[in-house]
Design a protein around this ligand. Structure first.
Ligand SMILES: *[C@@H]1O[C@H](CO)[C@@H](O)[C@H](O)[C@H]1NC(C)=O
Ligand SMILES: *[C@@H]1O[C@H](CO)[C@@H](O)[C@H](O)[C@H]1NC(C)=O
Ligand SMILES: *[C@@H]1O[C@H](CO)[C@@H](O)[C@H](O)[C@H]1NC(C)=O
Length: 178
């Protein structure tokens, strides 16, 4: 019994030694800086997905000074332009984030994102003042419930390596692959 378990374990580790997976790469809606202005983009993070302990896992790098933000229901900012203090991932657990980038120079249809709390509630804000963004973005939280956010400031305050899938936020078609 012990032996056959060992054998199966050995066989499995031989087959899965590479931890290979055909899962697609992870995409995230980004607020980027292009031409000294904030714009929405859909980014692909190039780290290869891995399988470990039965989970599909995507490396998103290191963060520091992480915190949780809770916005009251119907938080409107009267079109106030803001920048993130540092490059940070944001994960919305509940509620709704409405982002606008009115100074991107792109058509209006590419300047608005609605991000619901949940598994597709993943964003990165990289349009810091230091990155050169003069005209930032507008963020509101129009939900009737509070919006809960996990904020993960990126170590080094630099946008992670990425490729741009397209301008404008990721659509559902950019996210449903996993
Ligand atoms: C496969 O995943 C396990 C668990 O995360 C890890 O210990 C091992 O180093 C990985 N193997 C390869 C070849 O990446
Ligand atoms: C525009 O962005 C560059 C970096 O990409 C920065 O060096 C420059 O200071 C920015 N211009 C203004 C007016 O902020
Ligand atoms: C991310 O975008 C790429 C390129 O469009 C696509 O092939 C992939 O399926 C997307 N990933 C997910 C998880 O949907």
């Amino acid at each position: 019994m012990q032996m056959s378990n060992l054998a199966i374990g050995f066989l499995a580790s031989a087959i899965y030694a590479q931890n290979t997976t055909t899962a697609p790469l992870f995409n995230v809606t980004a607020i980027a800086t292009v031409n000294n202005a904030s714009r929405l983009q859909c980014w692909t993070l190039p780290s290869p997905p891995r399988t470990a302990a039965g989970a599909l896992s995507y490396d998103i790098g290191s963060s520091e000074n992480n915190f949780i933000g809770i916005l009251p229901p119907r938080t409107y900012k009267d079109k106030t332009i803001t920048h993130p203090p540092v490059v940070q991932f944001t994960i919305a657990l509940t509620g709704l984030i409405h982002i606008q980038t009115p100074y991107s120079g792109l058509p209006d249809s590419l300047n608005e994102a609605w991000v619901q709390g949940g598994k597709y509630g993943f964003l990165i804000a990289a349009d810091t003042v230091v990155s050169g963004s003069v005209k930032g973005h507008v963020t509101e939280f129009p939900s009737d419930e509070p919006t809960w956010l996990i904020e993960l400031p990126v170590v080094g305050n630099e946008a992670p390596i990425h490729s741009v899938v397209h301008d404008g936020p990721c659509g559902i078609g950019d996210l449903v692959g996993v």
